[in-house]
Design a protein around this ligand. Structure first.
Ligand code: PMP
Length: 427
């Protein structure tokens, strides 16, 4: 098919009828495919089954510091895990807290504590201020936005460009508005666009002038080792950059092994300046006597060192790269000529971001759902679920088996063509 907008109305109507016949046929097949969340597939989970064997009842449970991993203690995690994950994030073990099973949980708790008590350097708890606002580079991760919504933090969308957030806009906003206390970032293989921030963007974050003295960057490095190619994207070290710029306390870094080992029973980590970590550790010690150290030890035994993590992630890539390739190949062959959509071609992470013509995303997602293909809700990638151009759709290719993935993308492309033609005919 040629570019849709080059067709006469008659040809468009004919084409629409053909596509609708195909759609009705698919609808009658009773598909039940779920592509809504970025989850590893069973084969990926199998890669970490060794976790069950690395700690047995005959094991030595003694930790590096002489303590017993089976007992209470160590509010900020075991030394072995600090050593391992400090390498992953390029920080010192002293700049780390090793937490429980979810980095999202740590991010939520960080902001909940900020509302209750403020952060290091705050004059008052954030919740005592007339307004607290956060910048939200969009499209972004819906669960970040959900935390802000829950805590009553007002969200301001900022455009994502090819090398990170629109820093002109970010710098202007934070320089002039004291109520802006922070920003969400997924700096590597971003969710959903797969963008890695350039060195220049990292430097601008570290150096920018902020009206709020206790401004924080929520640096969610969830996909830091999740490469899809042998030439991984590089990300400049934000903690080093902030320290060099004289703003060492500006950034909170997060990551987890949710998509390295087992989502929901992995290990979550946080990194920041020693001063920030000391401040948070004190608060944490009122909340818990300590995290699940056995799980941390299992992770250290399974992954061993940075080389172990990298080898493990190569096995993940071998499983999921063909799925990304399949989606990209199908989008190209089904939509490439039509001039109605554009999509990301990520070097890592868990998503492909698809942009439809303005005003079409919701209709496409609804139509796919009516044919049994569940996609991430349209709008979810924007604060308050409001995509101002109603065009972004997040594709999560990892979970479904290849056959189901192909079927789902076929349906998605079909729905996109139908909705686009209908829009052209109405226009
Ligand atoms: N951050 C990002 C950017 C994510 O995409 C996800 C998972 N979808 C998470 C955090 C969740 O991480 P965790 O399982 O450690 O809570």
């Amino acid at each position: 098919m040629t570019q849709l907008d080059g067709l006469t109305r008659e040809r468009m109507s004919e084409q629409l009828e053909l596509l609708m016949t195909k759609y009705r046929d698919i609808q009658s097949q009773g598909l039940q495919l779920d592509m809504s969340r970025g989850k590893p597939c069973a084969e990926q989970l199998d890669l970490s089954n060794g976790m069950m064997d690395v700690l047995t009842s005959r094991d030595n449970f003694k930790l590096q510091d002489g303590s017993d991993s089976r007992n209470y203690g160590g509010v900020d995690g075991i030394p072995e895990a600090k050593e391992l994950f400090s390498q992953m994030l390029g920080v010192s073990p002293k700049e780390m807290i090793i937490g429980g099973n979810s980095s999202l949980n740590m991010m939520h708790d960080t902001l909940a504590r900020a509302m209750l008590f403020g952060v290091l350097g705050s004059d008052v708890p954030w919740s005592k201020l007339p307004k607290v606002r956060f910048l939200c580079p969009s499209p972004g991760y819906d669960r970040h936005f959900a935390i802000c919504e829950l805590l009553g933090i007002e969200m301001i969308p900022v455009d994502m460009l090819q090398d990170g957030p629109d820093m002109d806009a970010v710098e202007h906003l934070v320089r002039n508005d004291e109520s802006i206390k922070g920003i969400w970032c997924v700096p590597k293989y971003s969710n959903p666009e797969g963008i890695t921030f350039s060195d220049a963007v990292v430097d601008r974050f570290a150096n920018m002038e902020t009206k709020a003295p206790d401004f924080r960057i929520m640096w969610d490095d969830a996909y830091t080792v999740h490469h899809l190619t042998d030439e991984p994207d590089g990300l400049k070290n934000i903690l080093e950059a902030c320290t060099a710029a004289g703003n060492p306390d500006r950034v909170f870094i997060y990551s987890s092994t949710s998509k390295v080992t087992f989502p929901g029973s992995g290990v979550a980590v946080m990194a920041a300046s020693e001063a920030n970590i000391g401040f948070i550790r004190k608060q944490l010690s009122a909340q818990t006597i300590g995290p699940d150290k056995q799980n941390q030890l299992r992770h250290v035994r399974l992954l061993r060192n940075m080389d172990g993590i990298e080898q493990h992630m190569k096995k993940h890539a071998a499983i999921i790269k063909p799925k990304f390739d399949t989606v990209l190949r199908m989008l190209e062959s089904e939509l490439g000529q039509l001039n109605i959509a554009s999509w990301s071609k990520p070097n890592g992470g868990y998503f492909i971001s698809l942009n439809t013509p303005d005003g079409c995303a919701k209709a496409v997602v609804n139509m796919a759902a009516a044919a049994g293909v569940v996609l991430t809700k349209a709008g979810a990638t924007y604060p308050y679920g409001n995509d101002p151009r109603d065009r972004n759709i997040r594709i999560a290719p990892t979970f479904p088996p290849m056959g189901e993935l192909e079927k789902a993308i076929e349906v998605l492309c079909l729905c996109l063509q139908i909705v686009s033609i209908k829009q052209l005919l109405q226009g």
